[in-house]
Design a binder for this molecule. Structure first.
Ligand code: G3P
Length: 219
């Protein structure tokens, strides 16, 4: 499973890259607003850290004409840009055109298997189903992932990768990986939670204590 980081925080991205845990980056208008930084220069900096892996940069317009122009600006930033568009008619039309020209497109705000079919038919590189936001309204977000993986598996001609988004906890990652979703994007804090296990902490404390008793030093 590829790990994308759902953040524009440059220090967090560098940290994940150093750990070998950064396979791409996703942003959205809310993440950019939270950063307080200027969009295009920030995306350029993120592309440098991402080292050629996909960086999703989202259009702001909702009408096709403006969205299409914005998409052209975004894809010119770097070769590893995945233009992110909403799952609307304007978004799918933009996706189709960009994908036909070889640009990666990430179709976002997906909440149903039917929407995921539309993105695959438009040649999207990634479909982003939002598990956490479905959980928030008492639906089973992970069921959507299972449905999309099943449907895409039935049609090997679709190249679209399932990019599990709105990930809120390690179980979202683990269960999606068990289903075979190719990618997930999560805040770095959630990715780091995968390290945690009480038996690891307990075992390490015992090893440290026992090693001290030996009076030895490796260095
Ligand atoms: O980038 C899209 C998605 O990951 C947003 O997550 O937590 O705002 O629902 P969240």
């Amino acid at each position: 499973m590829k790990f994308f980081a759902d953040t524009s925080d440059l220090d967090e991205l560098k940290d994940l890259a150093d750990l070998g845990l950064l396979d791409g980056v996703t942003t959205n208008p809310s993440i950019i607003a939270k950063s307080g930084k200027e969009f295009i220069p920030l995306i350029k900096e993120i592309c440098d850290i991402a080292g050629g892996t996909p960086v999703s940069a989202e259009v702001a317009a909702t009408d096709y004409e403006t969205m299409r122009k914005e998409a052209d600006v975004l894809r010119a930033i770097a070769d590893n840009i995945a233009v992110k568009v909403p799952l609307t008619e304007a978004g799918i039309r933009t996706c189709k055109e960009l994908s036909d020209e070889g640009t990666m497109v990430n179709v976002t705000l997906c909440f149903s298997p039917g929407q995921a079919l539309l993105a695959a038919k438009a040649g999207a590189a990634f479909i982003s189903p939002f598990v956490g936001r479905l959980d928030d309204i008492s639906f089973q977000g992970l069921e959507l992932i299972a449905d999309i993986v099943t449907i895409y598996d039935n049609y090997p001609q679709y190249d679209t990768e399932v990019l599990v988004a709105s990930v809120r906890n390690p179980m979202h990652i683990i269960e999606s990986a068990k289903m075979g979703a190719q990618v997930m994007t999560a805040p770095p804090k959630v990715i780091k939670q995968l390290f945690n296990h009480p038996l690891t902490d307990k075992g390490l404390a015992a090893f440290v204590e026992d090693w001290a008793k030996t009076g030895q030093s490796i260095l």
